[in-house]
Design a protein around this ligand. Sequence first.
Ligand SMILES: [Zn+2]
Length: 377
Amino acid sequence: MLVAGAFAVGQTRDGATDTPASRPDQPPAAAPAVSAPWTAPATPAAETPVTASPEAAKSEVAKPEAAAPAAPEAAPAVVTPAPVVTAPPLPPEKPVISDKKEAVPAKQLFSAEKLPSLGKAMAIGYYPRGCLQGGVALPTNGPTWQVMRLSRNRNWGHPSLVNFLEKFAPAAAKATGWKGILIGDMAQPRGGPTPTGHVSHQTGLDVDIWFMPMPGHTLSNEEREKVSAINLVSADWKSVNAKTWTPQHYDFIRVAAQQPGVERVLVNAAIKKEMCRMQGAKHPEWMEKVRPWYAHHDHIHVRLECPADSPNCRAQPSVPDSDGCGAALDYWFSDKVLKPKPKPADGKPAKPPRPITLADMPPACKTVLAAPAKDGE
Ligand SMILES: [Zn+2]
């Protein structure tokens, strides 16, 4: 049973989480030929290309957990009995993945893993091409949050993402007057590509958060599967929808962009435009982090910086040093985005891109996939 009010707003499309993998983060009305939310559109250089150079891939060589230090050759002069320490089993040094497995789409391998890998928490690789070691779960219910779509098992992340959400949820609730927030996809237990919905979200540093307040009751599992997020954008994609957009949404986005460690907050261009308008001539510094992107009309996507404990995490170039208002938004309202020509011209359906395989991923991701599961989450 859905409650009245916010939940009564029906959406035919749940861009927050249900976007088919082949058309990530694209407005339904317009299907520009982008392959990923990080791929830079021709004009605004807001995002960065996905393709890792061979050099970059090489630099992502697996660094297995350091072996236990060798016992000292000679006994120390003062003999103190060493404490008995039972070290947790380390992930295997060499991944036990067959060549056959390397050719399987990585989304199948990673989505089959129901638990995180053993090992120190680390984000590995790049947001759209990486994985997560030692992931931790965000509890599905908190004082000021509830996690949606539990069947997907995507409430996992690097501890920095869980920490971010535990701080952001009460801050957003306070700023908006909402009871709390609704959290969509984070990452799979071991990160990696997902079979549906995203191209990024692979390293445990990305999260989708819905543009609607948490209700006053604990949602049932069924509600969490069926309720859709609210679309804040008008049918022509040129402005916010006056019926759904509220000043609270502005504060929700502001508080997200102001949190430490946030790399980007992606929103629909119409939302960015409205925020620029509300601010008038002078824009606060945090607006640099609020970037326009396809879809994102019913949720924000928050991306965190690479954590200090993750040497194999590849950083995304910083956002341009500009508020991104005014003419910088023109591209997003051009025909190229809003009325893209169908491709290809011969009418044949576009060939879907070759799915990512393990061989395309940082070598450390094989170790993550082969590692024993971490219990007790
Ligand atoms: Zn997302």
